[in-house]
Structures are given as structure tokens and as C-alpha cells.
Write a protein that binds this ligand. Structure first.
Ligand code: PHE
Length: 337
């Protein structure tokens, strides 16, 4: 009997079920009422009394080994079937799926260019108050940009609203920090505009602010010129046109030579060869004073651009709504990771 038990023990240890059926057969062969193990227990009566203790232990060991084997193999099939169904979350991925959203790519690239120039990224809340979006930026109390048509108000008196530009982050930075200040402020902004191919009520901006001693308009021009060469490619031309913003004096808008047609004239540049990409100017002394910065000692410049607009120009996209529709055929055209 001893040899028999040893032999069966060996067989059991080496057993690998090919499928669930084979495992069930194995279980029946050994453990069912008339199976091998109950039979061995039945034969136990015939064992000589002096050998009973050892044989009893051996038999129990065999029974436990068979039960453990059945349990182990059953588990193997269960984890296998869940991974067949694609649910094994522990498996490493062999291929990257998905691509970056074009707005994320453009925001990342713009941020990087300014970070290389020593700008740091600043953030602020999307829900703002009148002071940080308008008053501190020198908007007169009756300025039309505060009007309900442009701004989404959450409450009136006190005015709580969705920021219409990320200039509010610049105000918050100036409140906290004395110059030198060199920040860019990326973020989502909200304006009460009808949705069309060229406008949306939610879009993204990247604004910049540089304040230090002796900052001049030449610094502003050179910084933005460098940005354009890096982002749109060497040889892209720029031009500045006089403009007006309440918080800058002198103010300008910057155009670049149309990168879709190379300046020859096309639909995107309305056949002028130029496209506007941002607003900029020297900080008005009033906004420095409002934030506790001495305008006799410090000067600065600021600029602001729309990320959607830059992305449209970079990729030749003619409808801004595409960025928000999440159409896979559109999104799959952009780079991975
Ligand atoms: N805040 C302006 C806008 O939203 C952009 C701007 C920023 C213009 C800084 C000049 C200087 O249109």
C-alpha cells in the first residue's frame, strides 16, 4: 500500500489539466465516492496495526494534495478566462493607444518656448471677481467688455464671474510678488459669444507678463519675435500694428506672415498674406500701482494669445468647433504621447 500511495502522489503532483473537463475527470477519478482515494481509505482496514499510524498520515497527505491540486488548477482556469475576455488589468500594454489633443500639443510647445526664456507657469481660478478680471486692469466702470454680452456673470453685486481672459492670473501674481516677474498664464477662458467656425464661448489663452527694471518695447518685440521663429519656423515675418487695451500703453497687435500660403494670400489670411496672432503692450502704470508695484522703478510688458487660433494656423484647421467635438477621425491625426 505504501508504494501505491507514493506512486499516486507522484502522478498527482505532476498533473496539469488541459481544460476544465479534464480537471473534472481528475477530481471524479480521485475524490468521488467510488474514486481512488475513498477506495484506499476502505483498504485501510487491512493494514497491519503497527503500520496504521504512518499509513494514516500518508493517506491524509495524499487526500490533501489532490484537493489542493484541484483548487489550484481551477483558479488557473478562472484567471485565464478573465484575461481571454480582455480583463487582465495587470498585463503590460504592448502598444500606446490614443493621441494628444492638438490644443494640448500647442499649449505644451508654447509653454516650453517661454520656459526656455526663463518664464514660469502661473495658475489662477476660472471663477473670478470683478476686481481681478476688470478693475485692477484699468477697465473703466462702464467699459463694454464688462457688459452681460461678453461676460458670464454668476452673481451681480458682488460680481462673481467666469474669467474672460487669463490676465486675472497676472493681477494675482503682481499682488503676491514684487518684480522681477516673468510668468506665462495658460488657462481656459469664457465669453458669451455665439459658437461658430471662428468663435466659441469656451477657449484657451496663454498670456505673458514680464516686469523688471528697464524693460522696454524692444524687449517685447524681441521676445515675441523669438517665439514666432521657434513656433512657426525660421523666416516667419512679424509686424506690429497699434491697438488699444485698457491695461497696456503702448498697445499693439502682432501679425505673422501667413504660414498656410507663405504670405501669398489664401482663405485663412483673407488674401492679405498676414494673420493676427496676439495682443500685447507695455504695462499701463495704473495697473502696476493697483497691485502695489512702483511704476517709477519698474516697467513691464504683457501679451496674450488664443491657443485655438494658434493651433488653427499651425495645422491649417478652418473650423474651431473641431477642437471640441472629439471626433476620432480628427483626433487620430495628431502625434502620440
Ligand atoms: N487680455 C487680452 C485679451 O484677452 C490680451 C492681452 C494681454 C493684450 C496682454 C495685451 C496684453 O484679449
Amino acid at each position: 500500500m505504501k508504494e501505491k500511495i507514493e506512486q499516486i502522489l507522484n502522478e498527482v503532483k505532476n498533473f496539469q489539466a488541459e481544460n476544465k473537463e479534464a480537471l473534472e475527470n481528475f477530481r471524479i477519478t480521485y475524490l468521488s465516492k467510488k474514486g481512488i482515494i475513498p477506495n484506499l481509505f476502505a483498504d485501510f482496514k487491512t493494514v497491519a496495526p503497527e503500520l496504521r499510524k504512518e499509513m494514516g498520515m500518508r493517506l491524509n497527505e495524499l487526500k490533501n494534495t489532490v484537493s489542493a491540486k484541484v483548487e489550484e488548477q481551477l483558479q488557473r482556469f478562472e484567471t485565464q478566462s478573465s484575461s481571454d475576455a480582455g480583463f487582465d488589468m495587470t498585463m503590460p500594454a504592448d502598444e500606446m493607444k490614443g493621441s494628444r489633443h492638438p490644443l494640448s500639443i500647442v499649449r505644451r510647445d508654447i509653454n516650453e518656448i517661454f520656459e526656455h526664456l526663463g518664464f514660469t507657469i502661473a495658475e489662477g481660478p476660472e471663477i473670478e471677481d470683478d476686481f481681478h478680471v476688470f478693475s485692477a486692469l484699468n477697465f473703466p466702470p462702464d467699459h463694454p467688455a464688462r457688459d452681460m454680452q461678453d461676460t458670464f456673470f454668476i452673481t451681480k453685486n458682488p460680481d462673481v464671474l467666469l474669467r474672460t481672459h487669463t490676465s486675472s492670473i497676472q493681477v494675482r501674481t503682481m499682488e503676491k510678488q514684487q518684480p522681477p516677474i516673468r510668468i506665462i498664464a495658460p488657462g481656459r477662458v469664457f465669453r458669451n459669444e455665439a459658437i461658430s467656425a471662428r468663435a466659441h464661448c469656451i477657449f484657451h489663452q496663454i498670456e505673458g507678463l514680464y516686469i523688471d527694471e528697464n524693460v522696454s518695447f524692444a524687449d517685447l518685440k524681441q521676445t515675441l519675435y523669438h517665439f514666432v521663429q521657434e513656433f512657426f519656423g525660421e523666416g516667419t515675418k512679424v509686424r506690429f500694428r497699434p491697438s488699444y487695451f485698457p491695461f497696456t500703453e503702448t498697445s499693439a497687435e502682432m501679425d505673422i506672415s501667413c504660414n498656410i500660403c507663405g504670405g501669398k494670400g489664401c482663405n485663412i489670411c483673407k488674401h492679405t498674406g498676414w494673420v493676427e496672432i496676439l495682443g500685447c503692450g507695455m504695462c499701463d502704470p495704473n495697473i502696476l500701482i493697483a497691485s502695489g508695484i512702483d511704476p517709477e522703478k519698474y516697467t513691464g510688458f504683457a501679451f496674450g494669445m488664443g491657443v485655438e487660433r494658434i493651433a488653427m494656423l499651425k495645422y491649417g484647421i478652418n473650423d474651431l468647433r473641431l477642437f471640441f467635438e472629439n471626433d476620432l477621425k480628427f483626433l487620430e491625426q495628431f502625434e502620440l504621447s
